[in-house]
Design a protein around this ligand. Structure first.
Ligand SMILES: CC(C)(COP(=O)(O)OP(=O)(O)OC[C@H]1O[C@@H](n2cnc3c(N)ncnc32)[C@H](O)[C@@H]1OP(=O)(O)O)[C@@H](O)C(=O)NCCC(=O)NCCS
Length: 178
């Protein structure tokens, strides 16, 4: 896996990180996927999912653990979610599973190992919490992320459609045994 350079750290997200997480989420989502979503649907999605209020709710959600990665100056540059209790129809046979959700790394530091660091940390956390499988959904056209997940040991086990406003997209469902 790519080694973090310069030294990046990982820690649990605090309520005081909500504004930065929201900012990174809006920025990275818009750069990465904005072209594929109708503008009004994008604005609604970002407001629902990446407002400070929405992130504060996630930080305090007992079914989620949010991690952030920071650079050597303490600046948060990425985040990831471990979500418990979520499921997908193609995972009915999979026990003791948790979801690796939303790994987002600011585009200014992508490719420097932050994503790998967050994924490793989320996997360790899942193992500590007794989970033996991690799953995720990733947009089928997000080839960079899919390649990263494959390098991290995830395999495609299914797919499902999801809606952003009036747009319908297809996610690949990927799974890794811990
Ligand atoms: C996908 C993402 C989380 C990866 O994080 P990152 O910090 O850029 O990735 P890393 O530097 O840790 O690299 C991870 C691995 O993927 C590879 N990789 C990274 N970007 C890649 C790309 N665009 N194409 C191919 N491989 C890529 C790296 O070589 C590395 O492989 P290794 O670990 O075997 O060395 C990050 O690029 C991102 O936030 N993208 C936009 C948002 C997104 O798509 N999130 C996922 C939504 S499901």
């Amino acid at each position: 896996m790519a080694s973090p350079q310069p030294p990046f750290t990982v820690r649990l997200a605090l309520e005081s990180d909500a504004a930065t997480i929201a900012e990174i989420g809006v920025h990275v989502f818009t750069i990465s996927f904005g072209h594929a979503v109708e503008p009004q649907s994008l604005a609604t999605y970002l407001k629902n999912e990446y407002s400070i209020e929405a992130i504060l709710k996630d930080v305090n959600d007992p079914s989620r653990t949010l991690l952030v990665s920071a650079d050597q100056n303490g600046q948060v540059v990425g985040f990831g979610y471990l979500t418990r209790g979520s499921d997908d129809p193609c995972l009915g046979h999979v026990n003791q599973k948790a979801e690796l959700q939303r790994i987002y790394v600011h585009n200014s530091v992508q490719g420097k190992g932050v994503g790998s660091l967050l994924a490793n940390s989320l996997e360790s956390l899942a193992q500590e919490q007794g989970f033996t499988n991690l799953w995720l959904g990733v947009w089928e056209q997000n080839t960079g992320a899919i390649r990263a997940y494959e390098r991290w040991g995830y395999q495609t086990v299914g797919e499902h459609d999801f809606e952003i406003g009036s747009d319908i997209h297809r996610d690949l469902i990927m799974l890794k045994s811990l």
